[in-house]
Every structure is written in structure tokens, then in C-alpha cells.
Ligand binder design. Structure first.
Ligand SMILES: [Zn+2]
Length: 248
């Protein structure tokens, strides 16, 4: 059984997020790294971000179409095997039982070893950013789908055979315990983000992404006295919920 440490690469992973570009901003370095190492990565986007603009030349429909195109392009850059759009309304997401069931259906179909999602408790970041309600709702629905619902035999048998997810990598969290070195995939992350033209326009996102990955790495504890690599220079941080018992 794996140890779910910073070196671990799952055989399959499912990233469940609210909007096209959420995966790219938060966990793209990690999923690109895992995909390169042979992990089969599935993206699940619960909304298509159809309210996410101040540009009134878009309609909700045309924006959703554009953002799905951008997400598919970005997923190709990151090496994801597939992208699934559930097409809920942007800014309206609620972690209902119906949404949980939709996610259970996808988890049972693709049977990921690891699920990645946002921390539903992370309401404030610094003094400038209140977390988007869809991010909180998506994180909560994903966690509820993973545990206990996806693995319960008697629950929703029509949604597929039960599946136990081994670990959840929770991103955008105030309580990280695992830092994944993304030095080799940060350029891929930036390239994937640049596919999201409806969101970024002409903005050069590279300095911001590099700065954030540096800051995350600085929060990692130094592995003093241990062999192997020390603190990474660029990292993505996670709280890892280990649902399978690890080897000692
Ligand atoms: Zn978002």
C-alpha cells in the first residue's frame, strides 16, 4: 500500500472542481507531474463557468462554450485523459444530495485511486479574497461523494459498483501537510492557464504563478537530517486525507 507522501504517484486520479481554470490555478503542476509519470487523470468540472466574465458581449451559453473549449485545450496540455462537464450553473452551486450522486456515478465509473478537490472550510485568504461559494460547494460535494457515499454497497446501486478512494488531496487549504515539488511542471501549468483566454485576457500570469509556488514551498518544513531532496523550490500544497491504511 502506498504512503501518499510527496513522491507518491497514483495510478489514477480525479480532480473535481467548480470552474474551468480552478484545476489550473491550484493543482495543475501536480496533475501534470502525475500524468507524465503514467497516471490516468480525469477532470470533472461541475460548472462551465457560465457567469464568469464582466464582458457583456458574451451570453451565458456562449461563455460556457468558450470556457469548455479552453478547458479541453488546457487538459490536453496537462496530459489529462478526459474532461467531464456536469454543466451546473456558475455562482449557483450547492452541495445537494443530487450533486453528490452525480459525483458518485463518475467516481464509480472511473475508479480513481486519488481524488483532488478544494478545502470547503477555506473561506478567507488573507484580507483580500473571500473564497468563491462554488469552490466551497464543490469541495464539500466531492468529499461527501468520496466518503462515505461512493463506497457504500447499498447506496445508489444504479450509479455503479462501489469504489473506495485511497486518498484525497485537498488543495487551497489552511492546513497543508504535503508539499509536491512542481519545479519540472510549472511551465506546463502556466501554458495550461494561458489557454483560459476568456479569464486572463492579455495578462501574463507567469510571475504570479511562480511567486505562489515559491511561497507554498517556503511553508514546507525542512527535512533536516534526512536523506534525499530538501525543501522544493516550487510547490503545490495539500492536506492529504489517507483513507486506506498506509504501510508503516
Ligand atoms: Zn473558480
Amino acid at each position: 500500500m502506498p504512503r501518499f507522501d510527496a513522491e507518491y504517484v497514483p495510478r489514477s486520479a480525479m480532480a473535481i472542481y467548480a470552474h474551468p481554470d480552478d484545476i489550473e490555478f491550484t493543482v495543475a503542476g501536480t496533475v501534470a507531474k502525475w500524468a507524465r509519470a503514467g497516471c490516468e487523470v480525469t477532470f470533472v468540472l461541475i460548472t462551465s463557468g457560465n457567469a464568469g466574465t464582466h464582458d457583456r458581449t458574451f451570453t451565458r451559453k456562449s461563455l460556457a462554450r468558450a470556457r469548455e473549449r479552453e478547458e479541453r485545450e488546457s487538459a490536453r496540455v496537462l496530459g489529462a485523459a478526459r474532461v467531464i462537464f456536469l454543466r451546473h450553473g456558475d455562482c449557483e452551486l450547492v452541495p445537494t444530495v443530487a450533486l453528490r450522486k452525480e459525483l458518485v456515478r463518475r467516481i464509480r465509473r472511473h475508479r480513481p485511486e486519488v481524488v483532488l478537490c478544494n478545502d470547503p472550510q477555506a473561506l478567507f485568504f488573507g484580507d483580500r479574497y473571500i473564497n468563491h461559494p462554488d469552490h466551497l460547494a464543490a469541495g464539500k460535494a466531492a468529499l461527501e461523494a468520496v466518503f462515505p457515499c461512493a463506497e457504500m454497497e447499498l447506496l445508489w446501486p444504479g450509479a455503479g459498483l462501489p469504489h473506495k478512494v485511497h486518498a484525497v488531496y485537498v488543495s487551497s487549504t489552511a492546513a497543508p501537510d504535503t508539499w509536491i515539488d512542481v519545479s519540472d511542471t510549472i511551465e506546463t501549468k502556466i501554458a495550461a492557464l494561458s489557454a483560459h483566454r476568456s479569464q486572463l485576457g492579455a495578462r501574463d500570469i507567469a510571475p504570479y504563478i511562480n511567486e505562489r509556488a515559491k511561497d507554498e514551498a517556503l511553508r514546507a518544513p525542512k527535512k533536516a537530517g534526512r536523506k534525499g531532496p530538501g525543501r522544493p523550490k516550487l510547490a503545490e500544497a495539500f492536506r492529504v486525507m489517507r483513507l486506506l491504511r498506509e504501510e508503516k
